[in-house]
Design a protein around this ligand. Structure first.
Ligand SMILES: Cc1cc2nc3c(=O)[nH]c(=O)nc-3n(C[C@H](O)[C@H](O)[C@H](O)COP(=O)(O)OP(=O)(O)OC[C@H]3O[C@@H](n4cnc5c(N)ncnc54)[C@H](O)[C@@H]3O)c2cc1C
Length: 369
C-alpha cells in the first residue's frame, strides 16, 4: 500500500478505535466522522485529485476498503454507496456535473444510491420510478427500498425510467417530496443508515439529471453495480481478516481439555479454512482490480467473480469464527457476531449469490463453444 494510504489508514484507525461494537448496538454512525472522512476524499478515493479525490487505483482503494471493512462493515457500506455515486457521476455526468458533484462528494457531503424498489430487487428491469422532463427541469415519482446511507445522506442518486430510456438524478435529500422511513432492525450493517424512500412529485433543475437523462437502464445499473461489487468484494476481504485475527488469537488463549484450543486438530482445520478463504478472496480481488485499473473487457465479469467469491467466503468464515469462539463470540456487538450478520447480507446485495451465478454461467457459455 502506498505511503499516502498508510497515513489515511492510520487516520481512520484512530477515528474509529474500538467504537464499531457500540455503533452496531445503537444502529447509528456518528455523522461528524462521516463528514471528516468525506472531506478527506476517503469515501471515494478513486476520484481524481483534480476533483478533490486521492486518485488512487482500484487495487489501492481495495486494500483501504478491506481495512475499513475489517473495522466496521457499516462504515464500509457507507464508503461503497458513496463510491458508487461518485463513480456513476464520473461515467455519466457532463463536465459541469462532474466538477460540481465530485467536488461536493470529496468535501464532506454524503451520498447514497437507490436502485431497489418494492417490485424490483434482483430484476432491476422491473423498476417503475420515473424521472421525466417537466418544464425547465425534471420530476421524480416512485419508491426505493433499503437505501444504505439514506439516513445520513445529503444526496440520493436515484435511477428511474425516462420514456424508453433511463435517467440517474442527484436529488438533495431535503428536497420537498422526499420522504424517508428508516429500515427497522436490519440483520446486518446495522449502523449503515438504511431507509425506504418515497418520491412524490419531486421537482429538480435540469442539471440534477446526469448527462441529460437518456441512457439505457441496463448500462446505468451495470456501471453502478460493478463499482459496488468491487467495493463489497474488498470489504468482505476485511471481514475475513477480522475473523481470522479474532479466531486465531482466541484459540491460542482459551484452554479446554488441559490444552489451548489451538492444540485440537479439528480446531486447526477451521484455522486452515480461514487462512485459505482470506488468500483466495484477496487474490480474486487483486485480479479484478487489475482488470478494473486496465479497463479490461472482462472488468465487469471479474467484479462479479470477486464479489461472489469474497461474499461466500466471508459468510462461511464468519460462521467458522463464531464456531471457534463459542459463547465468547455469540453476543451482540462482538466482532465475529457482527461479521456473521454483516457477511450474510453481502450474499444478498449487489447481485445475490444466485444472480452472480447466473451471470457467471452466462460468461462460461460465452467463452465455450
Ligand atoms: C444490507 C442491505 C443493504 C442494501 N442497500 C441497498 C442500497 O443502498 N440501494 C439499493 O437500491 N438497494 C439496497 N439493498 C437492496 C438489495 O439491492 C436487494 O435486497 C437485492 O437486490 C435483492 O433483491 P430482493 O431483496 O428484492 O430479493 P429478491 O430479488 O426477491 O430475491 C430473493 C431470492 O430469490 C433469488 N432470486 C431472484 N431472482 C432469481 C433468479 N432469476 N434466479 C434464481 N434466484 C433468484 C435471489 O437470489 C434471492 O435469494 C440493500 C439490501 C440489504 C439487505
Amino acid at each position: 500500500m502506498p505511503e499516502l494510504l498508510a497515513d489515511e489508514r492510520a487516520f481512520v484507525g484512530e477515528l474509529v478505535g474500538d467504537r464499531p461494537a457500540g455503533w452496531d448496538v445503537s444502529g447509528e454512525l456518528p455523522l461528524d466522522l462521516l463528514h471528516k472522512l468525506g472531506a478527506r476524499g476517503l469515501l471515494c478515493a478513486e476520484v481524481p485529485a483534480s476533483f478533490g479525490g486521492l486518485g488512487v487505483s482500484s487495487q489501492d482503494n481495495g486494500e483501504f476498503t478491506a481495512y475499513v471493512g475489517s473495522l466496521c462493515s457499516s462504515l464500509r457500506s457507507v464508503m461503497t454507496s458513496h463510491g458508487i455515486v461518485a463513480h456513476t457521476v464520473r461515467r455519466f455526468g457532463d463536465r459541469a456535473q462532474r466538477r460540481h458533484y465530485l467536488t461536493e462528494l470529496t468535501s464532506g457531503k454524503i451520498a447514497g444510491v437507490g436502485f431497489s424498489e418494492p417490485g424490483a430487487g434482483s430484476d432491476l428491469s422491473a423498476m417503475r420510478t420515473t424521472i421525466v422532463p417537466d418544464g425547465d427541469g425534471f420530476v421524480v415519482n416512485g419508491e426505493k427500498k433499503w437505501l444504505t446511507v439514506a439516513r445520513y445522506a445529503d444526496y440520493l442518486l436515484i435511477l428511474g425510467r425516462n420514456g424508453d430510456g433511463a435517467a440517474a438524478a442527484m436529488i438533495p435529500a431535503d428536497t420537498p417530496g422526499v420522504h424517508l422511513e428508516l429500515v427497522a432492525d436490519p440483520l446486518g450493517c446495522r449502523a449503515a443508515g438504511h431507509a425506504n424512500v418515497r418520491f412524490d412529485d419531486v421537482r429538480l433543475p435540469a442539471d440534477a439529471v446526469l448527462g441529460g437523462g437518456s441512457q439505457p437502464l441496463s448500462m446505468l445499473f451495470t456501471t453502478a453495480l460493478s463499482y459496488g461489487r468491487m467495493s463489497i468484494a474488498w470489504g468482505c476481504v476485511g471481514i475475513i481478516r477480522a475473523c481470522l485475527q479474532a479466531a486465531g488469537s482466541h484459540v491460542q488463549r482459551r484452554e479446554q481439555g488441559g490444552v489451548a484450543l489451538a492444540e485440537h486438530q479439528l480446531v486447526r482445520r477451521h484455522l486452515a479454512d480461514l487462512l485459505l478463504a482470506e488468500q483466495i478472496s484477496t487474490r480474486m480481488c487483486e485480479q479484478a482490480s487489475r482488470s478494473w485499473d486496465a479497463t479490461a473487457p472482462d472488468m465487469a465479469v471479474m467484479a462479479v467473480m470477486a464479489k461472489h467469491t469474497s461474499a461466500g467466503h466471508a459468510a462461511q468464515s464468519a460462521a467458522t469464527a463464531v464456531q471457534l469462539l463459542g459463547s465468547a463470540g455469540a453476543q451482540d456487538g462482538h466482532v465475529v457476531a457482527r461479521a456473521f450478520r454483516d457477511a450474510k447480507c453481502m450474499e444478498l446485495i449487489e447481485g445475490s449469490n444466485e444472480i452472480c451465478q447466473l451471470i457467471l454461467a452466462e460468461h462460461a457459455l460465452s467463452i465455450t463453444g
